[in-house]
Design a protein around this ligand. Sequence first.
Ligand code: GLY
Length: 553
Amino acid sequence: MLKNFTLILLIVLFILTSQLIAQAIPVEGKKMLISAPSPYAVEAGKKIIKKGGNVVDVATVVGLTLAVTNPYFAAFGGGGFAMVKVGNNPVDVLDFRETAPLKTHPQYYLDKKPEASQNGGTAVAVPGVAAGIYELHKKYGKLSWKELFSEPIQLAEDGFNVSGEWTARTEISVSRFNPKGAQHFLKNQKAYQAGELLKQKPLSSFLKMYKRQGPKAFYTGPVANDIVKTVKDTGGDLSLQDLNDYKVRWLKPLTHNFKGYVVYLMPPPSSGGVVLKTALSLIDQLKLENLESMSVDELHLMGEILNRSFRGRALLGDPDFHENPLEKLLSKNYIGDMAKSINLTKAKQLKPLSDKNLNESNETTHYSILDDQGNSVSITVTLNGNYGSAVVSEKFGIALNNEMDDFTTHPGEANMYGLVQGKGNYVQARKRPLSSMSPTLVEKDGKVILSLGAPGGPTIISGVLQVIYNSLVRNMDIDRAIQSPRVHHQFLPNVLYIDEWRLQPATKKGLLTKGHVLEEKAFIGRVNAVRLKNNGALEAAFDSRGEGAVGGY
Ligand code: GLY
């Protein structure tokens, strides 16, 4: 009898556990869902939903938690963009991207080592995350600022178990870290191994100050002094004045009407919106929906559309410093010419609009939160490279970006990815470098129904485009829309990048026959997204191309 009871209990436990596992990716909900790169961040967010927090409160705790658990792309030493829709307010855009220090100028890197914009203090731009998280919450949060800190402080103080990705990303940075900063992430000179407990007491003491004082705790006082000293000791020119003067700015999104939806896109200093708007127009003009989904023809045209859409990107820069030719790039004539230049049977390359092109690295991340009322936050943050410049502030353990490499550092010469950047993106004091980050919202009948974004440098744009397309045109559920194979083309080099391992040999052969030069890529964007379905239910998924988590209620 007892044996039977134990057996039944075991079966019930097995069923319950396997359901939990089955629900891990993706999830459905009725109230609010989160898609983010870390389960710790999602769990912290869920607690804030339970407390009655709105999407911005949840985004705040997710951002604070990621700064603890995923410092290689979400530390306070980085910057980012947020797109937000709360209540009856129009969709708003917060730009908390890093700015160039006062001492930098267009020739700053010319007499320095080639990697000066990538490694060490000379690579560090003025970080924006601490100001960004605070400003977003101040304008749109519902719970008090101080209510949002208990989980992140506890994770920093008592520790969290590092993930496989944490270990991999830290291991490859060991030789780049400044020795005094490295102590915050290493044990016996080695990265913590997956599953080991990492405590960050100095970071928790910063979080406590930040909770009390807001961004002052980062841009003035002991933390600012620590950052300035560390950057100076590693060869850079960031000053206390640079930190004191840092300001976020609110921008208006670009919009695009697409098949009955309104798509809200990132304006400059992101190139994302301009490229995506061009690509969505070309999808319409070339009637991609008439082709078979995932066929050679469809992937070929998607590649050609991206190629043409990226062509104008080298003309863009920070709008406070550079006049962006948006009227020309988004005009009916220009986009019509691009459509006419695309041929279904053969890949074709056009002449560059300038002899410059650009690229950024993959070490960025994204999180999206959407509720059943269509309130949403879509945030992309980055340090640029893995752990950014690999300069970590000595006392507080804050990893600092190498966002300076997103500028045109050597006019006319290639950057770390073999590409050359445009004039509008020259280094200038206080200027923000051009970005590809594309937090995006899609609205139907006045309600946000899709919130998404991705890391991946220029591949962000291709990832976001194809998830929007799969979701809105091909009616795929959000998980399938994300996991489906994608392509990427960024105009220069003239290569069609294809998802590693996700395309059939016959499809690759078909693309080669059309004249494409193919290269496989480990990830073409790594999308996090939440969607509100027609039946009112929410669904969230993260990309199987990397670590992630989804959850909510
Ligand atoms: N640093 C990557 C980007 O801003 O696109």
